[in-house]
Design a protein around this ligand. Sequence first.
Ligand SMILES: CC(C)(COP(=O)(O)OP(=O)(O)OC[C@H]1O[C@@H](n2cnc3c(N)ncnc32)[C@H](O)[C@@H]1OP(=O)(O)O)[C@@H](O)C(=O)NCCC(=O)NCCS
Length: 198
Amino acid sequence: MLHPDLPITTERLLLRTVTSEDIDDIHAYKSQPDVCRYLPYEPLSREAVAERVAGLWARTELTEVDQGLNLCVEERASGRLLGDVVLFWRDAENSTGEIGYVFAPDVAGHGYATEAAAALLRLAFEDLSLHRITAQLDARNHASARVLERLGMRREAVHLQDLWFKNEWSDTMVYAMLEHEWRGQRPSVASPPHRSIV
Ligand SMILES: CC(C)(COP(=O)(O)OP(=O)(O)OC[C@H]1O[C@@H](n2cnc3c(N)ncnc32)[C@H](O)[C@@H]1OP(=O)(O)O)[C@@H](O)C(=O)NCCC(=O)NCCS
């Protein structure tokens, strides 16, 4: 079982459990076709967001592989919900996890996704003692690839046309990082975020 200590604070952000008060804010960006272009689902209705907030996204610990810990990302200064991140527990025997992130388009270009994903890597490697973290993305999702490269994750594979995705074949890129690589990173990315006990 993976039992994270929440919430997590970083220099600019608060990563916390999703609540029913977040439904409208999440729906505002997850209902946009551009945001969902490379996500494994179509734009979500408000009802679909509400159902996930009450169910899958409400999880606060991971008891079985393939469960995901979904966290809202709030700007500390304003309290605005900027996006959300997820850490999946993929393999217990081999201590492997996978990260993902989705942010509102109007907050792009400030490094929020990178900062939140770095906090997720820290949680995975330092608190939950995972050994290897991966991320998978459509090869055309250049903004997401740049986030992973800024984090210091390594592009390990490009699988050509491995997925029939939204009515066409698409290529999947796989990025990864190992625990010792995380600990060896430059301080600007790998330095521990501040934690708050709320
Ligand atoms: C993927 C996604 C989160 C990337 O968003 P983003 O705004 O590019 O990423 P960040 O918030 O980390 O911002 C990084 C950008 O801000 C700039 N930036 C400004 N201040 C910064 C700071 N303090 N730290 C880091 N970067 C900063 C960077 O230079 C970078 O710009 P660039 O990509 O043009 O070089 C966003 O496009 C998204 O939500 N897409 C839809 C969902 C999706 O596809 N998710 C991924 C599925 S695999």
